[in-house]
Design a protein. Sequence first.
Length: 383
Amino acid sequence: MSGPWHRPDWRGGCFGFLAVALACTVSFAVVAAVPVPITIMGERVEVPAGTTVAAALGEGRQPEAGDLIDVDGEILEAGAGMPGVYLLNGLQCSPDAQVRPGDYVDVRPGDDIVETIVIEEQLTPAPMELRGSGSFVVVRDQGQPARTTVSRGVVTGRVLGQEERTTATPLSVMRVQYRLSGKRVVLTLDDGPSRPYTSQILDVLKAEGVPAVFFMLGANVAARPDLVKRIAEEGHELANHGYSHTLDEQSDQAEIEEEIAKTARAVEAATGSTTTWFRPPGGALSANMVRAAQEQNHRIALWNVDSLDWSTARGRPSADAIEARVLNPMPESGSVLLFHDGGGNRLATVQALSRIIRTLKDKGYEFCTLTQLAEAAGLRLGS
Ligand SMILES: [Zn+2]
């Protein structure tokens, strides 16, 4: 063996090892990063292995949710419909599904949701048909509400269609005056009890020995139960004028019923008796007023002679003016006379009442309560 002895080439050896290591690493990396050919919405692309459907689509191409639309096709809320759909090879898939070579990725927008339509029956209350001008309000015919079928969107409330099933027939109401034989009248006093006038009026009535009807406000009843007790004990009729004197033709039925019921409860708490007659504040009559009174088992009584003791149009009325107003002309038998024992200074009323009662008695008049007058007239109470 003759030949030159070569020192091993350490450097070459090192390079060789590095090259192999590098080759291994690169091939390994190449395997991991082998691009995956797919088709996204018709466009051929390559994505890294392991890419999800959502990632492959990228931000701008995610499927859009549908809208919430109304029955007319107008958008109520964009994006509030069904969610958008991811498609992998034509089939719905999870956005997290991984793509494979040759996959076809697409999206489909979510369906719109048309708001639910409900069909309901709508009742339009019968309008009131009022005739006459007497003191007693009598219901001749309850009437029928109009029945209409309405289809509407639940979200918008928009009406899609409606069809009237039956037409309304009116609530027929009559104000009647009972013409009684002889000479009988009813004294009614509104808006009390109040101090000091209610007591003064009670003194007058006691001195003359005549009954009256007190249409009391519930709030006053609750505040002055002692006066209410005295009214009851002295044989007068307790009647209902609502609680707060706020009702009018526009009041809804529930509100009126509550005012009547609250006042009746206050009267009952003070005296143990309830009320059966209701007089709306200001004599306001409406279908709601009539129905509320019926529901609360009260009859409505108004008046046919107004003393105008409440009117300040020409300054506070004098006792003379009140007296003249009531007695000129003399009231017909069966008349219901309107006075006030509350709601202001009623001194003139107290004075006038004393004189009016004496004059009427001198002329042969008798005084009764509303219930007595109605019974004498043959009105079936409680029916
Ligand atoms: Zn009143």
